[in-house]
Write a protein that binds this ligand. Structure first.
Ligand SMILES: Cc1ncc(COP(=O)(O)O)c(C=O)c1O
Length: 357
């Protein structure tokens, strides 16, 4: 099993700690918690346990389609974006795929399971860990069947340049390369609608969305995939395992798009706390930090003798080390933006570790 953030049970067992006492900066989940309406809906829907959910998730698909101003034939919901990463890979069966590194681990696992040849495109410090137009040269040279790109990327938290994204969409469309754009964190960027408006003019663009991070429901699980290629969407719906989305998650998905106050409150929290963490972390001469676009920050510790992950764990703070990401090593870390008091605790602990106090 590959390693992910949020492994609070595993870590607490391994280190003999109480899981409840740990503050989890390793998973990028909205600290406001789910909207109140979600908890109320679930409490009021307990009787649904004894019924199968609609096997076609008709209403859920309609609601998602409405939110993105498209037709429901362009939408498939899943048990988190993760289910759809595996489903699209199984459907497309790419022989060759290009992956940007560092990147989210599940693209690689899904591709490995069907024996795809994977070619890495390393994002390096020299280009600010960002893809540029040289990526198109690489596509022309290796002619892959598919490319995954996350906007913003995990673990770097960086949003690729819009011109680069547009050039990719056009190039992939023209050359029949399946472009899978993972917008799982894009809701955290208040002014960015992502690529869903472009599905009416594309057939090779697949957009992944997750609801688990922004709406703080990773345990409930919900995500979706949008594409202008209705044949692929229909066939994925045909082939999927039935009832993979539980009844509560399906019902919750039907109300989340209406949570305008919660969405605004999330953007307000993030603006202030992202700014706070960026300022505070930038003040440590021991760290090199990259400018965040979403609800997490990526940095490197320039003091190789300090194992920040273990040092912070002693303060009951769990962060994500990035040593198992291709292209990174044990100097790199990622932290989620949490609530004000939690972020302050992290900064205070770091000041102690770096002997500022
Ligand atoms: C970039 C990215 N895509 C997709 C996912 C999976 O999200 P979900 O919880 O909806 O399966 C994650 C989870 O960390 C992620 O970081």
């Amino acid at each position: 099993m590959s390693e992910h953030g949020g492994n609070i049970i595993g870590i607490s067992q391994q280190y003999g700690l109480s899981a409840d006492a740990l503050i989890d900066f390793s998973a990028n989940i909205n600290p406001l918690g789910p909207p109140e309406s979600v908890k109320t809906l679930i409490k009021n829907s307990l009787a649904d346990i004894e019924k199968y959910p609609d096997v076609e998730y008709r209403y859920l698909h309609q609601v998602i389609a409405k939110a993105h101003k498209c037709d429901e034939t362009k939408v498939i919901a899943g048990n988190g974006a993760t289910e759809l990463i595996y489903a699209i890979v199984r459907y497309l069966k790419p022989k060759r795929a290009l992956l940007l590194t560092p990147g989210f681990a599940e693209y690689r696992r899904a591709l490995q399971q069907i024996g795809t040849k994977i070619i890495d495109y390393p994002l390096t410090e020299e280009t600010g860990f960002q893809p540029d137009l040289r990526l198109l040269d690489m596509l022309a040279a290796i002619k892959p069947d598919c490319l995954f790109i996350a906007t913003p990327n995990n673990p770097t938290g960086l949003m690729p340049d819009n011109q680069v994204i547009q050039a990719l969409v056009e190039y992939c469309e023209k050359n029949g390369i399946s472009l899978i754009v993972d917008e799982s964190f894009i809701d955290f960027l208040p002014d960015n609608r992502g690529l869903t408006p472009q599905i009416s003019t594309t057939k090779h663009l697949y957009i992944l969305r997750s609801m688990t991070k922004f709406f703080a429901i990773p345990g409930l699980r919900l995500g979706y995939l949008i594409s202008g290629n209705t044949t692929v969407i229909a066939e994925m719906k045909n082939r999927r395992e039935p009832w993979s989305i539980n009844a509560f998650a399906a019902k919750v998905g039907e109300i989340l798009f209406e949570e305008h106050d919660y969405i605004a409150a999330t953007h307000q929290w993030l603006k202030s706390q992202q700014h706070y963490l960026w300022n505070q972390l930038s003040a440590f001469s021991e760290l090199t930090i990259w400018p965040p676009s979403a609800n997490f920050l990526f940095f490197r510790c320039e003091r190789p003798e300090i194992d920040l992950w273990h040092a912070l764990l002693k303060h009951q703070l769990l962060i994500r080390h990035c040593k198992n990401y291709a292209g990174l090593d044990n100097r790199y870390y990622r932290i989620a933006v949490l609530s004000e008091w939690e972020n302050q605790r992290l900064i205070t602990a770091m000041q102690k570790i770096f002997s500022y106090s």
